[in-house]
Design a protein around this ligand. Structure first.
Ligand SMILES: NC(=O)c1ccc[n+]([C@@H]2O[C@H](COP(=O)([O-])OP(=O)(O)OC[C@H]3O[C@@H](n4cnc5c(N)ncnc54)[C@H](OP(=O)(O)O)[C@@H]3O)[C@@H](O)[C@H]2O)c1
Length: 267
């Protein structure tokens, strides 16, 4: 007999941040497949930093107003969060979708969901679900568009990316490189620095060397463009925030993407 389970958002994160006990897994009704719908079995769920805004209530949700996720933010306590998942079609009454198809959808966090065909996107052949989340979805769009249309580097620029080994940061590094830049990344461990170097970037560990020192050592003539994921000290030294600083040179532009280093305001 088919069963179903769902994740319930039980409590808002406290001052120490999000904890597993803020969620609870419970049994729920098995959905039936309506016309133009499929039954989608969840295979992989995406967890993204901006979900912290959704967990915080109205104040947090307001921080994302204008983004494509606005409609999914502000999770009420006791609700089942709706977010990005990749699933396998179990049953289909929708033309164009067959049992076994891998699809992306924005649905409640359940093992089984009945999903309207217009809310489904098939995973392109040959791509894994995790590659879809990282290279085709929000993360990649943010990294690539932030670099290309906000930071707007010129060929030959020296580009700095913070949080460079993270999901968005790595896409930003590759986007700068693709556009002809020399790329410097900062990351928080030896392994991450090595990984960045192995992909053709220069990198330093900001936990062992202050950002200003790392930047001065690797680019003594300064940086032209910056893609900042973390805020705080990094943003202080970015070309945008500090046009006269010794770390900047020539044309200056910066994309400020995230604030991972900052504690939540209520913390
Ligand atoms: N505006 C948008 O549309 C959009 C879209 C996607 C992401 N974002 C934002 O971009 C940021 C990164 O997201 P992501 O998905 O790439 O996350 P991620 O893969 O988790 O990467 C975040 C990285 O930040 C670093 N970090 C954490 N605390 C730090 C601190 N105190 N100082 C410096 N670095 C710190 C960590 O790397 P280390 O171990 O190297 O420190 C971590 O790997 C988030 O703030 C997110 O909300 C914005």
């Amino acid at each position: 007999m088919a069963t179903n389970r769902e994740w319930v958002f039980k409590s808002r994160p406290g001052p120490k941040g999000f904890a597993p006990s803020d969620f609870e897994l419970r049994a729920c009704e098995v959905p039936s497949c309506g016309e133009n719908q499929v039954i989608l079995a969840t295979h992989m769920m995406s967890m993204d930093p901006t979900m912290r805004n959704a967990m915080a209530g109205e104040d947090g949700a307001a921080r994302t107003q204008g983004s494509q996720y606005w409609g999914f933010m502000n999770w009420p306590v006791g609700s089942v969060p709706t977010w990005r998942i990749c699933g396998v079609v179990r049953e289909s009454k929708a033309p164009g979708f067959e049992k076994g198809d891998l699809c992306l959808a924005m649905v409640p966090w359940r093992e089984l969901n009945a999903v309207d065909a217009e809310n489904l996107r098939k995973v392109p052949e040959g791509l894994t679900p995790s590659a879809c989340f990282s290279c085709l979805e929000l993360t990649a769009q943010t990294g690539y568009c932030g670099v290309k249309y906000v930071a707007r580097p010129k060929e030959g620029d020296v580009a700095y990316v913070s949080g460079a080994a993270g999901a968005t940061g790595l896409i930003a590094c590759h986007s700068f490189k693709h556009l002809g830049c020399r790329v410097i990344g900062s990351a928080g461990s030896k392994e991450k620095v090595e990984m960045l170097k192995s992909q053709g970037f220069e990198a330093f560990n900001y936990k062992e060397e202050p950002v200003i020192e790392g930047l001065k050592r690797l680019c003594p003539d300064g940086i032209n463009v910056c893609f900042d994921n973390v805020g705080g000290e990094t943003l202080v030294w970015s070309p945008c925030a500090a046009p006269s600083r010794s770390t900047t040179r020539g044309r200056r532009s910066a994309g400020a993407c995230g604030t991972s280093s900052r504690p939540w305001p209520s913390a």
